[in-house]
Design a protein around this ligand. Structure first.
Ligand code: HGY
Ligand code: MN
Ligand code: MN
Ligand code: MN
Length: 399
């Protein structure tokens, strides 16, 4: 099956007819449909699928002389998306992996070690708020109990979402899949404007975190309460969002508030509480920490003025990931000196690298430089260049 037909098949799953975007939250029907499509493609290629308790999968192309349990080279990414996200973030890595294996088989390559194709669940954390949820549980950095208690916006806990998807929550925990992951290479659409060549190699992932800000004030009547008598958490939130934007600009960092909920969310009552999640990122850990401290300080000062309170909880923090230089340079060399660049986006590759697995990433050029939006794009020729690059890298690593 050509890359083009694989891509057409997969990207038809869950595409919104108006926006062209995708909302594939973990274990939701459209994400399940995409996962089942992937598993079907693996079955038709006689790949041996190994799955873990939370729903990560690695499909293995074993060398002909089938040795016993051996580590191999794994490539892959995720099939879930953010809310109204783009087509490429995640799926491009999974579809390119299938196409790269097809290409290597077609040219008669026989791997010396197993080659695995991975699909890791809820990487975006768009449903349960925890980025790289599947890979973090697999790597043992997120305890199963904490993961199973996570709630989505409708109040459904992960344990119940798994049961609804036919998955027994008792199986959730550190994954045996990682014991066979000798090397991991993730191909991913580039998500800024950093890449001028069709394919690049990642040097590092910025440290980043998600922080829950809870602003508490005093519910009251929108029409009868004098302005000076109000304790409006919406005001404190708004001023905090402005402060975050200013501090991020000053620090050369990035800060965004999202996932905002207002209680009670009426039109004629001053709310009692506003909850908002801050996504903060910086090129180094010290800058990230000082950015968060500056935003929290200004938020607390504003809360004192407003007669409200603010509570900040670090929901997830991902340390900087510097991909191993030897592997990075090996990939760049195989690709004839492909450009090397950092990314401000988190990835499953970051989790596996932090778990001590030799890891690398390939980027495919994104001319719009937009991501987490239907405007995310990669040219067909650049996608094919990505498949060719991935096949060359797998051939080099698995020979
Ligand atoms: O949010 C991120 O950085 C990644 O796209 N999951
Ligand atoms: Mn991604
Ligand atoms: Mn993403
Ligand atoms: Mn009234």
């Amino acid at each position: 099956m050509s890359f083009e037909s694989l891509w057409a098949d997969q990207s038809a799953i869950g595409r919104h007819p108006e926006t062209g975007g995708y909302t594939r939250g973990g274990w939701t029907p459209t994400e399940r449909e995409a996962t089942h499509w992937f598993l079907h493609q693996c079955a038709t290629r006689n790949l041996t699928v190994e799955s873990d308790g939370i729903g990560n999968h690695i499909a293995w192309w074993e060398p002909p002389a089938k040795p016993a349990f051996r580590a191999g080279v794994v490539t892959g990414s995720h099939l879930d998306s953010v809310i109204d996200g783009g087509a490429f973030d995640g799926p491009l890595g999974v579809v390119s992996a299938l196409a790269a294996v097809d290409r290597l088989r077609a040219e008669g390559f026989e791997p010396g070690v197993p080659i695995g194709i991975g699909a890791f669940v809820e990487e975006e954390g768009s449903r349960f708020g925890m980025p790289c949820l599947g890979s973090r549980v697999a790597a043992g950095v997120l305890p199963a109990e904490k993961a199973l208690d996570l709630q989505d916006r409708t109040g459904v806990r992960l344990r119940h979402a798994l049961e609804e998807a036919g998955i027994d929550p008792a199986g959730v925990g550190p994954s045996p899949l990682l014991q066979r992951m000798g090397t991991f290479v993730e191909l991913h659409v580039e998500q800024g404007r950093g890449l001028t060549a069709p394919v690049g190699v990642a040097s590092s992932i910025w440290p980043h975190g998600r922080y829950r800000f809870t602003f508490t004030g005093e519910a009251n009547h929108a029409g009868t309460t004098l302005m000076e008598d109000r304790h409006d958490p919406m005001l404190t939130y708004a001023m905090t969002a402005l402060a975050a934007n200013k501090q991020a600009r000053l620090a050369g960092a990035r800060a965004t508030f999202g996932r905002v909920s207002v209680e009670p969310n009426g039109t004629n009552a001053i709310p009692s509480q506003v909850t908002a999640w801050l996504d903060a990122r910086a090129a180094d850990t010290a800058t990230l920490e000082s950015l968060l401290a500056a935003i929290t300080k200004q938020s607390t000062e504003r809360a004192e003025r407003d007669g409200t309170t603010v509570e900040v909880t670090a929901e997830s923090v991902s340390p900087i990931v510097d991909f191993p230089a030897g592997l990075r340079d090996r990939l760049s060399g195989v690709l004839g000196g492909a450009p090397v660049l950092p990314t401000g986006a988190g990835h499953d590759a970051g989790v596996f690298s932090a778990a001590g697995i030799p890891t690398a990433m390939l980027f495919v050029r994104n001319p719009t430089g937009v991501s987490h939006s239907p405007a995310e794009y990669a040219e067909p020729d650049d996608c094919l260049a990505g498949v060719e690059a991935l096949a060359a890298v797998l051939k080099d690593l698995a020979k």
